[in-house]
Design a protein around this ligand. Structure first.
Ligand code: SF4
Length: 342
């Protein structure tokens, strides 16, 4: 099976006790059934604590209830007591996998590193080179994939190439990225998915009628939409509010481009599940514009990390954004095109 990862993937090292924003805080850790069963037989005081801490969440899955906002097994050195006493294999799948996002597409797998993790965030932003992805082969058997993948893969490749065309200003690249997504969306909706490879290969930017750009209004709408969603940490809303009036500060385009490509790689192929390619292209541009604005308040790395924490780990929030991009005034495609034309 082919496995594709960003080029910095192998450099990732968990910061463990030195992590300034450990993933062992704020999130309730879901425990897979196999690991929960293992905890049933751990002897001694740790075993007793494990069994006391294990509860069922609203969906009925086993989890550790937070204790003072953190995992009850995070010790005074900010290290995991389970890991220390029983070894890494005794931690849950969630703990072992984080910060990896793994997507299985049948014939291939893609893994990214969540930007909510400070170590992964740093790797993404520590270079201004174009972000590239590496593919390796494993011995695992390939499974069949959705027929749409044959068209979506070259399309995503072309969309990422548009983002990385450094001869042009980033705003123009974002606009073309959206326009190509719009055309591809028509193909998907009209059962013309077989045309996607040709569209990807032959698409050229066309002159579009001049629009009066209004990024400021678009951003206020975007920030208020985010503030209306589920929130992990309450001060996220304060940050969003500050973003409304923050004076925009310049950010190096190559870094914004790397952020755009991170989101494009991670989300565009997911259209295979529900056909919403345009919504995911909008999500990528939305993330870039919002993160750029918030960077004026808290810096680029922190803006990216907070966006990742609040949005990327919350499926309901992701769905709510895709829904808003379809229906909400000012946040449909036209609003995006006006914002990037500003
Ligand atoms: S957030 Fe990242 S660096 Fe920090 S403890 Fe978790 S995996 Fe390690």
């Amino acid at each position: 099976m082919r496995v594709t990862v960003p080029d910095y993937f192998d450099q990732f090292r968990c910061l463990a006790g030195d992590c300034p924003h450990t993933c062992c805080e704020k999130w309730e850790v879901v425990i897979d059934e196999e690991t929960a069963a293992l905890y049933g037989s751990v002897p001694g005081p740790l075993g007793e604590q494990l069994r006391r801490a294990l509860v069922r969440d609203e969906e009925g899955d086993p989890c550790f209830a937070l204790d003072g906002g953190k995992c009850p097994f995070l010790d005074a050195d900010r290290l995991c007591r389970i890991h220390r006493e029983l070894g890494g294999q005794a931690t849950s799948v969630t703990c072992r996998e984080h910060p990896r996002f793994t997507e299985e597409y049948g014939p291939f797998r893609e893994i990214t590193l969540a930007v909510s993790c400070p170590a992964a965030n740093r790797l993404l932003l520590s270079s201004i080179e174009p972000l590239v992805f590496c593919t390796l082969e494993t011995d695992e058997p390939e499974e069949s994939g959705d027929p749409w993948l044959a068209g979506l893969l070259p399309l995503r490749e072309r969309m990422i190439a548009l983002l990385q065309d450094r001869k042009r200003p980033l705003r123009c690249r974002l606009r073309d990225f959206l326009l190509l997504a719009e055309e591809a969306q028509h193909c998907l909706e009209e059962a013309r998915e077989a045309e996607l490879p040709a569209l990807a290969a032959g698409w050229q930017p066309t002159a579009i009628p001049e629009t009066a750009g209004d990024e400021g209004r678009f951003l206020v709408r975007s920030l208020r939409l985010l503030a209306s969603l589920e929130v992990l940490e309450e001060d996220w809303r304060t940050l969003l509010e500050q973003g409304e009036t923050a004076v925009p500060e310049p950010v190096q385009e190559p870094l914004l481009e790397r952020i755009a490509v991170y989101f494009a790689f991670r989300y565009l192929l997911k259209a295979v599940n529900d056909g919403d390619l345009l919504g995911r292209a909008q999500l990528c541009v939305f993330a870039v514009l919002v993160i750029q604005r918030l960077s004026a308040v808290c810096g680029l790395s922190e803006a990216l990390r907070r966006f990742g924490c609040e949005i990327e780990h919350n499926e309901e929030n992701l769905d709510a954004l895709l829904e808003a991009f379809r229906w909400e005034e000012g946040l449909q495609l036209r609003g995006f095109l006006e914002a990037v034309s500003a």
